[in-house]
Design a protein. Structure first.
Length: 256
């Protein structure tokens, strides 16, 4: 039986661990060929093993998000090999430290913005022409509840996610007359290494379901709606993101 994403090419940044790892596996499970980027080759190799164990395929690309020349080279390579890009998942990010706004060092502030905002724009800019070559290009912007729920001492990370959401909405408006559709995904508190670093006092067991063995997408704390705790099957559906071309904003799930 043909899988929903058979023949689709999906680029996932920050795919060596955490949410990016889970998204890459889920997309591969649905038949997409995964182009996975991350700083750590070891994590990418683990992802490749996991994808191949389920019959999927992947191309591994060790890449530092601030390497703009590397991003352009990747775009060129994808164009030469596949001639298109169907799915772009902008997931790679830094958590930043917990600090009052007036205590952040400029070096850290600039670095987190460079990765969480500027690098996302560089990737989007480099991949735009390839997304246009797809009959159903999809861009998934991985955000956070902190983009709209400002909390003390998390101002740096929150500011970058707020900026990313503005980029997403602007891109959606600018591609309104094309097949490209965008989604802002807010996965909610999720058991990842980044989460553990910024919230070391949390009990990680609270993010695990009864049968959870692998990391998948979580649910925003306090949501009344029964959003899935795990990444559901992904489908290419021209209507799923809405017809008004504004980016859909989903909590606890990914739709493509």
């Amino acid at each position: 039986m043909t899988k929903p994403l058979s023949g689709r090419i999906a680029l996932v940044t920050g795919a060596s661990r955490g949410i990016g790892f889970a998204i890459a596996k889920a997309l591969a499970r649905q038949g997409a060929h995964i182009v996975a980027t991350a700083r750590t080759p070891g994590g990418l190799e683990e992802l490749d093993d996991a994808i191949r164990a389920e019959g999927g395929t992947a191309t591994l690309v060790p890449l530092e998000m601030k390497d703009t020349d590397g991003i352009l080279r990747l775009s060129g390579a994808l164009n030469e090999r596949y001639g298109k890009l169907d799915i772009l998942v902008l997931n790679a990010a830094l958590g930043g430290s917990n600090s009052p706004l007036d205590h952040f060092e400029p070096k850290e502030w600039d670095n987190v913005f460079a990765v969480n905002v500027t690098a996302q724009w560089h990737v989007l800019r480099a991949m735009h022409a390839l997304l246009l070559k797809s009959d159903a290009g999809r861009v998934i912007f991985m955000s956070s509840g902190s983009a709209v729920n400002a909390r003390a001492y998390r101002g740096l990370y929150s500011a970058t996610k707020g900026a990313l959401e503005v980029i997403a909405r602007t891109y959606a408006a600018e591609t309104a007359t094309t097949p490209i559709k965008s989604t802002i995904v807010t996965p909610g508190p999720t058991r990842t290494r980044m989460r553990a670093a910024v919230a070391p006092g949390e009990d990680p067991a609270r993010f695990l379901g009864e049968d959870a063995q692998d990391l998948e997408l979580g649910r925003r704390e306090g949501d009344a709606a029964a959003a899935p705790r795990h990444l559901p099957a992904l489908e290419v559906d021209h209507e799923v993101l809405g017809s008004d071309h504004a980016p859909a904003h989903r909590v606890g799930e990914v739709a493509v």
